[in-house]
Design a protein around this ligand. Structure first.
Ligand code: PMP
Length: 404
C-alpha cells in the first residue's frame, strides 16, 4: 500500500508540470531533484530583500546574512548528525571529493600506498583518486560487486591491507540503488588504519544519515539532489581530521593573516572556503533540509521503496526487459528493453511527458561490468507516484509497438 506522500506534497513542486500544464512524470530525481516552493521562496528572499555579503560587512544586513549563512551550516550539519565546525560548503559532492583528494590526500597518501574504490562508483568518486594516485605513485584497488549489484564488503575485507590509506565508497549507487552497510565498511577500513570517505549523494535524500553512528571519516553530498539549489554541497569530516588538513584554494576568507613574509590560515571550516561563498545557495540548502525533515526520511524511504517494488514488479513481468540492481534498491531502478537503445526509449518517453535518464550515468566502469554501454534509469523522489509508474509502463508499451 503506497503512502500518501506524493498526493500530499506534489503540489509543493511547481516544476512538476509541463509547459501546457499537464502532470510531468519526472523520473530523474537521482540526477537532480525538483524544488519545493519553500526552497524557491528561501532563495528568492536571500537573493532579494535579504541579500548582502557575509563575514565582512559592518552594516546590519550583512551581519544578518552572516548569521543566516552560519545557521545554514548548523542546519546542514544537524541534518546528517554532524557538528557545525565539521561542515565545509563546497560547490557540490564532486568538489567535496576533490577537496579531500587535494588536501587530505596530498598530505596522507604517498608512493606505494593504496586506495580502495568499488566497481560501481560515480566518476566523481574515481577520477579525483586516480589523479591523486598518479601524482603520488599510489595504487587503486577495485572492490567487486555481489551478483545482485551491491558492493561486496566480504571481498573488501579480503582486499584491504595496511597499505590502504583510504576507502571511498558510495552509500547508495546512483545506477543500481543498493544501500551500503557503512558501519561495516568503516569497521573494515579502520581495521587496517584507513579512512573511509562516503559518497552520500544519493543517500541523503533517500535514507536517514547519521554520520556519528556510521563512523565514517568523510561524507560528501550535493544540495540539488536533496531538493535544494545547484551550486552548493557539503563535505562533512571528523573535526580532528579537518583540523589537520592543509588548505584547499587560497584567497579571501580562508586566512588568518596575510603578509608577503608569509600567510597563516583560518581554522576549519573557513580554511576551506576561499572567496565569497554561495550565500544564497546555502540559505536554500538549509530550507531544503527543513522541508525534508518536516516530512521525514523514514516516510520518504518507505514511499520510494514501495514505488521501487511496484516498478520492479511491472518491469519484471515483461519478458523483454532486463532489470539491474537489488530488489530493495533505494528509489532507483535501472533496466534495459530488448532491441531498444535507452536513448531511443528516453526520447519516445519524453513524447509521453515521462522523463527518465538514459546513458552510462557517469559510471562507465559499472557499465563495463554489466556488459552494457548504457541503461535506462527511473529514479523516484518524495513526489513520485503510481501515476508516474503507469505513464512509464504505457510509454514502454508504446516504444515496443514502435520498434515492432
Ligand atoms: N556521486 C553520485 C553517486 C552521484 O549520483 C552524483 C551525481 N550524479 C555525484 C557523485 C556527483 O554529484 P554532483 O554532480 O552534484 O557534484
Amino acid at each position: 500500500m503506497l503512502t500518501r506522500l506524493a498526493t500530499d506534497h506534489r503540489a509543493d513542486f511547481p516544476g512538476l508540470v509541463t509547459p501546457t500544464g499537464k502532470p510531468w512524470h519526472y523520473l530523474d530525481t537521482a540526477a537532480t531533484a525538483q524544488k519545493p516552493q519553500a526552497v524557491i521562496d528561501a532563495v528568492t528572499a536571500a537573493l532579494g530583500k535579504d541579500y548582502a555579503t557575509v563575514h565582512r560587512g559592518v552594516y546590519s544586513r550583512s551581519a544578518e546574512m552572516t548569521l543566516a549563512y552560519e545557521a545554514a551550516r548548523r542546519r546542514v550539519a544537524a541534518f546528517i548528525g554532524g557538528a557545525e565546525d565539521e561542515v565545509v560548503f563546497t560547490r557540490g559532492a564532486t568538489e567535496a571529493i576533490n577537496l579531500v583528494a587535494a588536501t587530505w590526500g596530498e598530505a596522507n597518501v604517498g608512493a606505494g600506498d593504496r586506495i580502495l574504490l568499488s566497481q560501481l562508483e560515480h566518476h566523481s568518486n574515481i577520477v579525483p583518486w586516480q589523479m591523486l594516485a598518479q601524482r603520488k605513485g599510489a595504487h587503486i584497488d577495485v572492490c567487486p560487486l555481489t551478483d545482485d549489484g551491491r558492493i561486496d564488503l566480504d571481498a573488501a575485507a579480503a582486499l584491504l591491507t595496511p597499505a590502504h590509506k583510504l576507502v571511498a565508497l558510495a552509500h547508495v549507487s546512483n545506477v543500481l540503488g543498493g544501500v551500503l552497510d557503512i558501519a561495516r565498511a568503516a569497521e573494515l577500513a579502520h581495521g587496517v588504519g584507513a579512512k573511509l570517505l562516503v559518497d552520500g549523494c544519493q543517500a541523503v535524500a533517500r535514507i536517514g544519515v547519521d554520520v556519528a553512528a556510521l563512523d565514517c571519516d568523510f561524507y560528501a553530498f550535493s544540495a540539488h539532489k536533496l531538493y535544494g539549489p545547484t551550486g552548493i554541497g557539503a563535505l562533512w569530516a571528523k573535526a580532528e581530521i579537518l583540523a589537520d588538513m592543509p588548505p584547499y584554494q587560497g584567497g579571501g576568507a580562508m586566512i588568518d593573516k596575510v603578509s608577503f613574509a608569509g600567510t597563516t590560515y583560518a581554522p576549519a571550516p573557513q580554511r576551506f572556503e576561499a572567496g565569497t561563498p554561495a550565500i544564497v545557495e546555502a540559505v536554500g540548502f538549509a530550507a531544503a533540509c527543513d522541508y525534508v525533515d518536516a516530512i521525514g526520511l523514514s516516510a520518504i524511504h518507505a514511499h520510494e521503496s514501495a514505488l521501487v517494488a511496484e516498478l520492479r514488479d511491472a518491469l519484471g513481468a515483461m519478458n523483454d526487459v532486463t532489470l539491474f540492481g537489488p530488489a530493495d534498491s533505494a528509489g532507483i531502478v535501472s533496466f534495459l528493453l530488448d532491441r531498444v537503445h535507452p536513448h531511443d526509449l528516453g526520447t519516445i518517453l519524453d513524447e509521453e511527458d515521462v522523463a527518465i535518464r538514459a546513458g552510462h550515468h557517469c559510471a562507465q566502469p559499472l557499465m563495463e561490468h554489466l556488459g552494457v554501454p548504457a541503461t535506462a534509469r527511473a529514479s523516484f523522489g518524495l513526489y513520485s507516484s503510481q501515476e508516474d509508474i503507469a505513464a512509464l509502463v504505457r510509454g514502454i508499451e508504446r516504444t515496443r509497438r514502435i520498434f515492432g
